[in-house]
Design a protein around this ligand. Structure first.
Ligand code: GLU
Length: 479
């Protein structure tokens, strides 16, 4: 099939995670790129759970992947496909390949394979199996066999990868890979090709750790294309490949636990990151649109293409993620932020403190880089008297602070319409009369009201606490 024919097919992309662990950053970015590519071209984005490895696939991992994708707004089209459920279809294809001479039954024993492995090792060669059974038909009855691909031995295979460019591998370097194991179960190499074909996948966008696999998967497409066409059926067109570089840690090494959280849920639950911030960050990690940093989903869909995906690994940078997160926090509705904070603080649905949280958000959100900081910043609202004073705030309440606080108490006690303007006027007046700068009264006031050196603007704090509570907290520290 020519490139133009491929381009005429409606775009279908897919994300095909193996549920052996949580959804990690690299996987989420792969899913995002697949989604954006499909949406950009008015195509379809599918999800396939590659649960063929029964020993390592788990239900909690499947849930984590589905939840992680939903949280990130990576909604897939149609039902997700479970690979294991399709094992019969995979076997059917393998047997069709045997019949047509594109695959063969291999009766090599474990001992024979061991000695081939040892010989390859001694010759310092990688193990490339071309089994003697490739050309034998004297199949022993009742003996276990695997099904191997009759891979091309001559010539070369070239992939025009949309990210990696043109990559060529000599066919002599490939082997007759196993399609079906002796228990009749399919290998990943076979399952992936059959599923991609059956799901109509036109573009395979995935991590570049799979580039080598593409050279082993293409011969399966080509064999099935020939078989299908000979039978008067539609062919098996090859997909367009785009192998995207992996994400590395800030030190340049492949991203791992050592670099902190790699599972998506830790960004939500432990680090207080908003999904749109993580999406935006992952988008910019390895793809660019000029100098644009903040890119909304609609713009991402409008602009995304594979040509602007970089070839070199991108480095994960938590500071940048938090910077974006701060932006999206400031852009968020107060009620949404209050809900997230309430969840973090473990408040019930009908907890009356939720109202106070929402009221505090405008004052708190300008500085917060994550939901944890936002939650932290609300602590003063719910603290009970006498307030615990943090050690670094204690000096602010010493010296002439108690005397200043007494003057503040008197001035504020006279304020009846309790808003930021009126309280500010009263506090400024005290500073003026005492002949000190505003900061010199604001700092002891802050310490008395919040127990901390830092807080939202002091007049916001006064208003959020309310008149009675503010006066009582000041009274606790006045001379
Ligand atoms: N299941 C494979 C993985 O999680 C991906 C296969 C593919 O994208 O072709 O690495």
């Amino acid at each position: 099939m020519s490139a133009t024919e491929i381009n005429e097919r409606a775009v279908v992309t897919r994300f095909a995670p193996s549920p052996t662990g949580f959804l990690h950053l690299g996987g989420a970015r792969t899913a995002l790129f697949n989604l954006l590519y499909a949406r950009h071209h008015g195509g379809t984005f599918r999800l396939r759970i590659e649960d063929t490895d029964r020993a390592r696939s788990t239900q909690p991992a499947i849930e984590a992947i589905l939840n992680g994708m939903r949280w990130l707004g990576l909604e897939w089209d149609g039902e997700e496909v479970y690979q294991f459920a399709r094992a019969d279809r995979h076997a059917e294809v393998a047997h069709r390949m045997i019949e047509a001479g594109h695959a063969y039954r291999c009766y090599l024993t474990g001992a024979e394979l061991d000695s081939m492995r040892a010989a390859a090792q001694a010759a310092k060669q990688p193990l490339r199996i071309r089994s003697p059974w490739r050309d034998r038909t004297d199949w022993p009855s009742g003996q276990d066999y695997v099904v191997r691909l009759r891979a091309p031995t001559e010539g070369a295979t070239t992939i025009h990868d949309r990210v990696q460019g043109e990559v060529t591998v000599q066919n002599a370097e490939l082997d007759d890979l196993v399609l079906l194991r002796s228990d009749g179960t399919p290998t990943y190499m076979l399952a992936v090709v059959v599923d991609d074909h059956d799901m109509g996948v036109t573009h395979v966008i995935r991590g570049d750790d799979h580039l080598n696999n593409a050279f082993r998967q293409l011969p399966i497409y080509r064999a099935m294309d020939a078989i299908a066409k000979a039978a008067g059926e539609a062919g098996w067109p090859e997909p367009v490949y785009a192998h995207i570089p992996l994400i590395h840690g800030s030190d340049g090494a492949k991203l791992s636990k050592r670099h902190g959280a790699v599972g998506i849920e830790a960004y939500r639950d432990e680090m207080g990151i908003l999904p749109e911030a993580l999406d935006n960050y992952l988008l910019r990690l390895g793809w660019g649109h000029g100098d644009d940093e903040i890119i909304a989903r609609e713009d991402a869909i409008r602009w995304f293409d594979l040509d602007a995906v970089g070839k070199s690994p991108s480095r994960f940078d938590l500071k940048k993620l938090e910077h974006l997160n701060g932006h999206y926090i400031r852009a968020s509705a107060d009620s949404r932020l209050a809900d997230l904070v309430a969840e973090k603080l473990g408040f019930d649905h009908d907890d009356t403190r939720r109202g106070a949280l929402a009221a505090a958000m405008p004052a708190l959100k300008p500085r917060a880089a994550n939901i944890n900081e936002l939650a932290e910043g609300t602590a003063f609202l719910f603290a009970t008297r006498p307030l615990a004073i943090e050690p670094d705030a204690a000096p602010l309440l010493a010296g002439d602070a108690p005397a200043l606080l007494a003057r503040l108490h008197a001035a504020l006690d006279a304020v009846h319409n309790w808003d930021t303007e009126a309280t500010e006027a009263a506090v400024r007046q005290v500073a003026e009369e005492a002949g000190v700068k505003l900061g010199q009264v604001a700092q002891p006031l802050r310490a008395a009201l919040t127990g901390r050196r830092t807080s939202p603007g002091i007049f916001d704090v006064l208003v959020l606490l309310g008149r009675d509570e503010s006066l009582a907290r000041i009274a606790d520290h006045q001379a």
